[in-house]
Write a protein that binds this ligand. Structure first.
Ligand SMILES: [Mg+2]
Length: 187
C-alpha cells in the first residue's frame, strides 16, 4: 500500500480564497484572490502585521465544510485515494488552526490520517519528519529537503514563493490521481 502525504492549505483547501473573503469583509477592501501570489498576503494592504494574518487563520469559521473553499476535485480525489492508499494529511499552523483543520478533515476525509505541526510564529516550518512514497505540497520549503520518494509541487498557478523549483509540478487533482494510478498499474 502506498503512503501518500498531502498538504492541506493550498492543496486540499483554498485558504487564499477563504482568507481574502474574510479580509475583504472585515477590512472593507476588494482584493481579488486570484491576484494573491505572495506568501504573506502583501496584496492585503490594510493588514499591518503578521499577527493579524494569524488571527484570521485562527477564526473558528476559517476552515469549514463548504465546497466552494475546497480546491477543485480535492474532496473526491482524496477520498478516492484513501480507499487504496495510506493517506496522511500533514499541515503546519497554529494550535488553534490545526485543531480546526483536524475537525474538518475528520468529517470530510474519514479514511485519512491527520498530522498537525504546530508553529505559532512562522508559516515556514518544514515537514522533514514526515515522508512516504509521495508528498504533494504547494510550498517548496516542505519539499526541498523531504525524503519522500516522489516530491510533487501542487501549483495550479505560478506563485512567487516557488520560483526556484525545478521538480515536477501538478496543476490539478485529476493529474495527481493519474500519476498514482499509473504507478500502481505498473507494479
Ligand atoms: Mg500549503
Amino acid at each position: 500500500m502506498k503512503n501518500i502525504i498531502i498538504d492541506f492549505d493550498g492543496v486540499i483547501y483554498d485558504s487564499i480564497k477563504r482568507f481574502i473573503d474574510i479580509y475583504n469583509n472585515e477590512y472593507l477592501d476588494k482584493v481579488d484572490y486570484k491576484t494573491c501570489k505572495t506568501w504573506n498576503f502583501k496584496e492585503c494592504k490594510k493588514i499591518q502585521d503578521r499577527q493579524e494574518i494569524f488571527k484570521i487563520f485562527d477564526r473558528d469559521d476559517f476552515y469549514f465544510e463548504d465546497e466552494k473553499y475546497f480546491i477543485k476535485d480535492s474532496i473526491r480525489a482524496v477520498n478516492y485515494l484513501s480507499q487504496k492508499s495510506n493517506v496522511t494529511i500533514a499541515t503546519c499552523g497554529t494550535n488553534k488552526s490545526n485543531f480546526n483543520k483536524q475537525s474538518l478533515c475528520e468529517k470530510v476525509f474519514p479514511n485519512c490520517n491527520f498530522i498537525g505541526i504546530t508553529n505559532s510564529s512562522s508559516f515556514e516550518i518544514g515537514k522533514d519528519a514526515i515522508f512516504g512514497d509521495y508528498i504533494i505540497d504547494d510550498h517548496i520549503k516542505n519539499l526541498e529537503t523531504n525524503k519522500s520518494r516522489n516530491k510533487l509541487l501542487f501549483e495550479p498557478n505560478k506563485m512567487d514563493w516557488n520560483s526556484s523549483w525545478v521538480g515536477e509540478v501538478i496543476k490539478t487533482w485529476t493529474e495527481f490521481v493519474g500519476i498514482i494510478e499509473f504507478e500502481e498499474d505498473d507494479v
